[in-house]
Ligand binder design. Structure first.
Ligand SMILES: [Zn+2]
Length: 318
């Protein structure tokens, strides 16, 4: 039985895992990236330490390494740009192949997570799967017939950077009014704080004034207590998510649309409410079936499992 290594490079942690043929993580390790390492070389060296540890006592042959990274990844080998990480057009696959002597492939972290969800998670058995992750930003990946669709040069898709509100809130990408600026966890926190400041007498307002840590869950929690200011934030946020999902359905019409990232844990009621708006607005017809909209299943494991998968598949087909 062959085994595969998966490495998930994140802005906060490096996570590495040993994955079997069935997509199960047998062992995993992590190390912080923030503040500890500064150059691409140092990150690769730290990753090698984790991978060497995982390779010890593996009961069979390790066939490949797959790497998931944020940012722009080209041709399964190069990280062209990774924003919060020091990768500036680095051929990271060659770097790893030299020091760990395994065939290596690299993919965008959101794309590989979508692949993992489509093989082993909530998208299993579906012909087309769109994963939308609501985290610090909005990312995701589109899987068609078991393969990642990433555009003509492999650097897509950027589903967080479609405009939702023309001339709206400035986005990290340089445009205004992107979906990411309205439905990411960062955006929800901003909306929560602004609502608290507008309505200082509400529970939400008092919480914001107290200097408490406001998260993507704060408004959802206070809305359960029927705080009107929090309810308004949640309703407006769900509305934005619903419209964004309707746009994705109109553009891609996937068989299943999966919601991942921290906010997806706000509960099934959140996803159902956003799904209802999406299906009301989208160009869909009951006679031919609606796309299913549900929570992603693999959580943080999707990064390691998806990375291992692209390593396995890209390297075997070479
Ligand atoms: Zn943008």
């Amino acid at each position: 039985m062959a085994y595969y290594l998966g490495l998930d490079i994140g802005g906060t942690y490096l996570k590495a895992g040993l994955v079997d043929e069935a997509g199960t993580i047998l062992r995993q390790m992590k190390a912080p990236t923030k503040g500890q390492v500064r150059s691409a070389g140092e990150i690769v060296a730290e990753a090698k330490r984790l991978l060497d540890e995982l390779r010890k006592d593996t009961p069979g042959e390790i066939a490949s390494l797959g790497v998931g990274s944020p940012g722009v990844v080209a041709h399964g080998r190069r990280i062209v740009r990774a924003y919060n990480l020091p990768f500036d057009d680095v051929d990271i696959a060659s770097m790893f192949e030299k020091i760990i002597c395994l065939p290596t492939a690299v993919g965008n972290d959101a794309n590989v997570a979508a692949l993992a969800e489509s093989r082993y998670g909530a998208g299993k058995g579906k012909k087309s799967v769109l994963l939308v992750t609501l985290g610090t930003g909005v990312g995701g990946g589109l899987i068609i017939d078991d393969s990642i669709y990433a555009g003509f040069n492999g650097t897509g898709l950027e589903i967080g950077h479609l405009v939702l509100v023309a001339g709206g809130v400035p986005c990290s990408c340089g445009r205004n009014g992107c979906i990411e600026s309205y439905i990411s966890a960062t955006a929800l926190i901003r909306q929560t704080i602004e609502a608290g400041e507008r309505d200082p007498g509400s529970k939400l307002g008092r919480l914001v004034r107290s200097g408490a840590n406001i998260t993507g869950r704060t408004a959802f929690k206070l809305a359960e207590d029927k705080d009107p200011a929090a309810l308004k934030v949640v309703q407006k946020y769900i509305g934005y998510v619903g419209i964004a999902l309707a746009n994705y359905i109109n553009a891609y019409l996937p068989e299943i649309l999966l919601i991942g990232g921290g906010i997806s844990h706000a509960g099934p009621a959140f996803i159902d409410a956003a799904a209802k708006i999406a299906l009301d607005e989208a160009f869909v017809f009951p006679e031919v079936g609606y796309p299913k909209i549900t929570a992603a299943a693999l959580g943080n494991d999707a990064g390691i499992v998806g990375a291992a998968l692209i390593g396995k598949e890209n390297c075997l087909s070479r």
